[in-house]
Design a protein around this ligand. Structure first.
Ligand SMILES: C[S@@+](CC[C@H](N)C(=O)[O-])C[C@H]1O[C@@H](n2cnc3c(N)ncnc32)[C@H](O)[C@@H]1O
Length: 263
C-alpha cells in the first residue's frame, strides 16, 4: 500500500472508521460469464457481426443464460426456434453453441420467426404500468416498428448458418398451421403481450419432454405484457422459473399431455 493510502487509512481509523475496499471493480471476478473463455469471444464476435449495440453487463448476462440453457438441452432430439431475432445475435449464439457438438452445423435445425418489420402494435397490456418509470426506461422500444431489421440483413449476418429456416411474418400468422415438428429449445423475445402469448401457445405443446422455453422479457419493466403473457399461459399448466436477469424459463417436462386452447 502506498504511503498516501496508509496515511488516509490510519487517519480514518484514528477517527473510529474502518476503510474496506469497495466491491466495484472486483466483483467481475465473481461473475462466471465475465471469465468464460468460450462465451466471451463469441459474444464479442456476435455483437460485431450483427451490429447489435453493446447493452452492457446486464444484457450480456441474459445472453449467457440463454446459451447455458441451450447447452443443457443440446443433446436432446428436436429443433430450436427463436421468435424475435432483431439483428440475429441470439440466433447466432444458439447456432454457435450447437456447433460445439456438431462442427459442420449450418443452422439446419434452427428456425427464426420474425416480422422483419419490428414490433407489432402495442396492446393495452403493453403500457408501462407506472408512468414515473418512463424517464428511467429511455426512448428505445415501445412503438410499432421498433427493432426492425430486414430479412436480407439478418440472413447476411447469419450467413455462416445458411440453412436456418426463416419464417417472415407477424406472429402468430407466421407459424405453419400443420406442424408436427418437435422442439427442444425455444427463445421467445418479442417483447409484447400478444406475440409472447401466441408463441407460448404454439410451441409449448410441441416441446420434447425436458425441453426449455426462455422468455427474455418477463422481468422487464418496459415490457409488462410479456410477464402477463407468461403468467396467464402457465397458470395451471406449467412451471416457470424467473431468473435474476428477468428471463423466465418454462420447463416443458410435462408438456406433452397438456392440451392448449388456441385463442
Ligand atoms: C427485442 S427484438 C429481439 C432481439 C433479439 N432476440 C436479439 O438477439 O437481439 C424483438 C423482435 O421481435 C420482433 N417482433 C415483435 N413483435 C412481433 C410480431 N408480432 N410478429 C413477429 N415478430 C415480432 C421484432 O421484429 C424484433 O425483431
Amino acid at each position: 500500500m502506498g504511503i498516501a493510502k496508509t496515511l488516509i487509512r490510519n487517519t480514518f481509523e484514528l477517527a473510529g472508521f474502518q476503510i474496506t475496499r469497495s466491491a466495484k471493480g472486483q466483483y467481475k471476478d465473481f461473475l462466471v460469464f465475465e471469465n468464460d473463455e468460450f462465451f466471451n469471444p463469441l459474444y464479442r464476435a456476435g455483437l460485431k457481426l450483427t451490429s447489435t449495440p453493446d447493452g452492457g453487463h446486464k444484457r450480456k448476462a441474459r445472453f449467457f443464460n440463454l446459451v447455458q440453457f441451450y447447452n443443457s438441452v443440446r443433446q436432446l432430439d428436436g429443433r430450436s426456434a427463436e421468435c424475435g431475432c432483431w439483428n440475429g445475435l441470439s440466433s447466432y449464439l444458439i447456432c454457435k453453441y450447437e456447433q460445439v457438438s456438431n462442427n459442420s452445423f449450418r443452422g439446419e435445425t434452427h428456425e427464426i420467426y420474425d416480422s422483419f418489420e419490428g414490433l407489432s402494435d402495442l396492446g393495452s397490456e403493453d403500457s408501462i404500468i407506472d408512468p414515473s418509470l418512463r424517464p428511467l426506461l429511455g426512448t428505445q422500444g415501445g412503438k410499432k416498428g421498433d427493432f426492425a431489421a430486414t430479412e436480407d440483413r439478418v440472413r447476411d449476418n447469419l450467413k455462416e448458418f445458411g440453412e436456418i429456416r426463416f419464417n417472415k411474418g407477424w406472429i402468430p400468422d407466421a407459424f405453419p398451421k400443420e406442424n408436427d415438428t418437435k422442439y427442444k429449445f425455444v427463445h421467445v423475445d418479442v417483447d409484447l403481450y400478444e406475440p409472447t402469448l401466441k408463441s407460448l401457445e404454439y410451441f409449448f405443446p410441441r416441446m420434447v419432454p425436458g425441453g426449455i422455453i426462455i422468455c427474455d422479457d418477463y422481468g422487464s419493466l418496459r415490457w409488462p405484457g410479456a410477464k402477463k403473457a407468461v403468467e396467464e399461459f402457465c397458470k395451471g399448466k406449467c412451471n416457470f422459473v424467473v431468473l435474476s436477469t428477468g428471463q423466465a424459463l418454462i420447463h416443458a417436462a410435462d408438456s406433452n399431455p397438456v392440451s392448449v386452447e388456441i385463442r
